[in-house]
Ligand binder design. Structure first.
Ligand SMILES: Nc1ncnc2c1ncn2[C@@H]1O[C@H](COP(=O)(O)OP(=O)(O)OP(=O)(O)O)[C@@H](O)[C@H]1O
Length: 473
């Protein structure tokens, strides 16, 4: 196993070298200043757009959800039904072929209810909210692809995405789904894309960012907004978090025809998002799939008593040495600790990945891509960077430092998010907390008390025991 892990060490090492200094003395602030507390060790917060992108990159497949769909509609005469198969949607055969080619056997929960409405005649307006990964993008991409009439050579479907990268992600889904429909033409309206003055675009679908779409449609009239029959506003919650995007979206929306079908997607359901939604979408059907609560059921929790940072390192090395299945994530309090740990593990010949605020967006994507593909078994990160990103394939979570808030008390919400799993996973997980001071022991006690669950002591030298526990997880 160690050789497997070592295989990719070289590539990872290149990244690490860029990021770390040659000084590998243990940082003495691992339980020190909370990450949000300032200083040059502080991680910069990740923007909602970037978080959403990273989440998409690391995701392996559909996020399942056992909650029931909630549907509200103002017009009781609008048809409501759900489908259990893609065949039941009567798609164009080549489009259906593309859907199956992507490995989609049956509609996801949100798709079961959303797709019949999105494809209905007369068209229905929709506001849909469900957490990232539940199949929203695939749903509206399918709706756009089915609605366009390829005999008309002008733009008929428009999708607004908050950023360049998110628009590209959506475009890639559309290209895959339309792989057997070469007659459907798609164009990106994003930075770097230039169109000569006076051009009339003939692509059926445009996926772009609001600023570029305002330029192309309103300023230069490369396409006619009044001829758009499907308008999608994706990642609305991220959109409103980006300065100027909401106003630009309204400008675009104003130029659409009354008969244009409006679809509005968001991963969250806050008041400002819903206000935005209602201003854009008239007489909508609102579909909502609540996030499943995370829980500590099926998670085995342990702590390892260490005297100092070096012993914490040793504990990690022991765990790394015996774990042969699954992937692990190690959380450190500060960037400095994370970098120190990565450097030390790399020097000892272990292949580990570092997700750090020092990386550019492209580097972060590269790190997460490699981790998703299993090229590294261990991902070391700080909380600031990874908060809100679900890493489903991880079976072992190590808290090199326990999460604490500004008052240095246990941050139980973060602990639950790092360790917890929703019902969808079914399988067990393993959490190991490294304790090296009376303060960190106190934080552990607060966590135990908060969740009403005992966290057992584990001897990090007892490799047989660790092996057994990891194998059961
Ligand atoms: N019906 C399906 N069957 C199997 N996999 C699916 C299905 N629909 C979507 N997926 C896959 O599930 C993952 C999540 O889907 P999708 O990106 O559409 O979700 P999303 O809700 O739009 O997420 P986000 O909010 O991050 O955009 C993707 O990898 C996608 O290929």
């Amino acid at each position: 196993m160690a050789s497997n892990w070592a295989k990719s060490a070289e590539e990872q090492e290149k990244l690490v070298k860029k990021l770390t200094t040659t000084d590998i003395t243990p940082p003495n602030d691992s339980e020190g200043t909370p990450a949000s507390g300032g200083g040059d060790d502080e991680e910069k917060p990740v923007s909602p757009a970037e978080r959403s992108l990273l989440q998409k990159i690391i995701r392996k497949g559909l996020v399942e959800n056992k909650n029931d769909i909630e549907i509200q509609r103002k017009d009781p005469t609008s048809p409501l039904y759900s489908v259990k198969s893609f065949e039941a949607l009567h798609l164009k055969p080549n489009l259906l072929k593309g859907v199956f080619q992507m490995g989609f056997n049956a509609p996801s929960k949100i798709q079961e209810s959303a797709l019949p409405l999105l494809l209905a005649d007369p068209p229905q307006n929709m506001i849909a909210q469900s957490q990232s990964g539940t199949g929203k993008t695939a749903a509206f991409v399918l709706a756009m692809l089915s609605r366009v009439d390829v005999n008309k050579n002008y733009t008929q479907a428009l999708c607004l995405s908050p950023t360049y990268e998110l628009a590209i992600q959506t475009g890639e889904v559309a290209a895959k789904m339309a792989q057997f429909c070469p007659e459907i033409k798609i164009r990106y309206a994003v930075r770097g894309e230039e169109v000569p003055r006076g051009t009339k675009l003939t692509e059926h679908i445009i996926i772009g960012t609001p600023g570029k779409v305002v330029d192309w449609a309103i300023k230069f009239r490369f396409f006619d907004l009044s001829k758009i029959s499907v308008f999608v506003l994706d990642e609305a919650d991220v959109m409103i978090a980006t300065q100027g995007h909401q106003d630009q979206s309204f400008r675009i929306h104003k130029a659409l025809s009354r008969s244009c079908q409006m679809m509005f997607f968001s991963a969250t359901y806050e008041h400002d998002v819903m206000e935005f939604a209602e201003a854009i979408v008239t007489n909508p059907v609102v579909i909502r799939l609540k996030r499943e609560e995370e829980s500590l059921d099926n998670i085995k929790q342990y702590y390892v008593q260490c005297k100092h940072q070096d012993e914490k390192y040793q504990a990690i090395a022991n765990i790394y040495g015996v774990v042969t299945i699954g992937q692990a994530m190690i959380f450190c309090h500060t960037r400095k600790t994370a970098q120190w740990l990565v450097e030390r593990m790399t020097k000892d010949g272990h292949a580990v990945a570092l997700l750090s605020g020092d990386l550019t967006v492209e580097q972060r994507i590269a790190v997460l891509d490699r981790f998703r593909e299993g090229k590294e078994k261990v991902l070391i990160t700080t909380n600031v960077l990874s908060r809100g990103i679900d890493v489903e394939q991880v079976t072992i979570v190590v808290n090199f430092d326990l999460p604490i808030d500004l008052q240095r008390r246990a941050d139980c919400e973060t602990y639950l998010h790092r360790i917890g799993r929703t019902g969808r996973f079914g399988k067990a997980g393993l959490a190991i907390n490294l304790i090296d001071s009376p303060e960190s022991m106190e934080v552990l006690k607060q966590i135990e008390h908060h969740f009403g669950r005992k966290i057992n002591l584990l001897d990090a030298d007892d490799v047989d025991e660790i092996e057994k526990i990891a194998a059961d997880a």
